[in-house]
Design a protein around this ligand. Sequence first.
Ligand code: UN1
Length: 493
Amino acid sequence: MTAYKNYIGGQWVETVSGRTYPVYNPAHKEQVVGEFQTSNAEDAGRAVTAAREALPEWANMPAPGRAAVLYKALEIMGRRAEEIATAITTEEGKPIADARGEVRRAMNIMEYAAGEGRRMFGYTTPSELPNTVAYTMKRPLGVVGIITPWNFPVAIPVWKMAPALICGNALIFKPASSTPLCAVKIAEVFEEAGLPAGVLNLVTGPGGQVGNALVEDTRVNGISFTGSTEIGTDLYANGARRLKKVQAEMGGKNAVIVLEDADMDKALGGIVQGAFGSTGQRCTATSRVIVEESVYDEFMDGLLSRTSALRVGDGIDPEVDVSPLCGPGQYEKVQEYIGVGTEEGAHLAFGGRALTGGEYDAGYYVEPTVFTDVSPDMRIAKEEIFGPVLTVFKARDLKDAIEISNSVEFGLSSSVYTRDISRAFEYINTVETGMVHVNAPTLGGEVHLPFGGLKSSGVGQREQGTEAFDFFTETITVYIDHGEAARQQARFI
Ligand code: UN1
């Protein structure tokens, strides 16, 4: 099998190490998706050099010209949507409907970012000096490293790249080692769209070598990262030491509160989707439910009957609700946490086993799992599991429920189900998460609204929304004295 290559300076090239590695389909462990370049720090350095060279021309192109390339890429991605969605399912494992939705999201952000080519506003303001014009404008951040996880191998890279590109930056893209095929396809889309050589460079490979090289390289001006809190914290600290702009989107332990007046049907639908959709491998997945005592039994009946109706299987089958975990590492980790939960004394109310027999032997399948009698100090209540494991808590009232919700170190997303507007606002104003939902799942977000979390869930500027354009630019403040006479002795205060 010929190996897929890196994309550096507009050329598809091999790594200097001469090494490649295989990627397997999580639903068919023996099926090789492809061979990919095992890149190292030297490859990263070459990509930075290519980006540096490409930067001035791209940065100086009028933004509507850059937008034209993005619109073209949008059109190409639309044409290749089904092929790219299939690549997501084959490589990451998520159900094909979710994969299609993911491609749609990537297209939405391209469309949104391209429109910014005709805005990219600064502001003007009266100066305190006579005959003086004062305004602000945006300039590209420069060369930026894009480091992304495997769980959204198309949407997350594109929601970083599209705003970065419209702002005039040149990029080095380091995708997760387990999803490089999607990364190759993204690079192909931009190549076909006519993005000038060197503006987007792709460097694949396992481990932290490339990421570390990018954060240490003084020619790199910024890093946009999504992944674990552990790696994000390191990257942020290393970037800060070099005065680099870093944004890091990290873990979550997202809770849904169900109050006694909730529309139970709606709540159950949102919770099951949030907990088990995408096999729980989403930083916005629902991993905790906090139920008001008086409706606890009714809630549990509904939850267990809906959970037991979920179909587990290969995500390429459109009837499947829950697909395999992404790989052996995830498979081990999730089973380990299920063991921890049992040892800690939580009650295993549903699932809890790795699935075997028939098609299950070929992939990394774990049953959707529900723990009850969970207390906030247990590890399964605090740590991010990143799999189909839901923990259920009982709360006395809203105040108690919010306390449990806020008791974790994470603060990404949260939700409350209630029909009571006063209690909904009490919740909105006190819950410690960057994204707050009412009567809706903890998942997702719209591309024109900021995405990100508080506490250990995120640091640096938010992604998406107008904030994205702030991260990928520097604001320049301009003062122009256009008076004919010698400047008066007016002074800034
Ligand atoms: C979503 O919930 O649709 O890594 C987006 C993640 C998040 C993206 C989730 N950064 O799961």
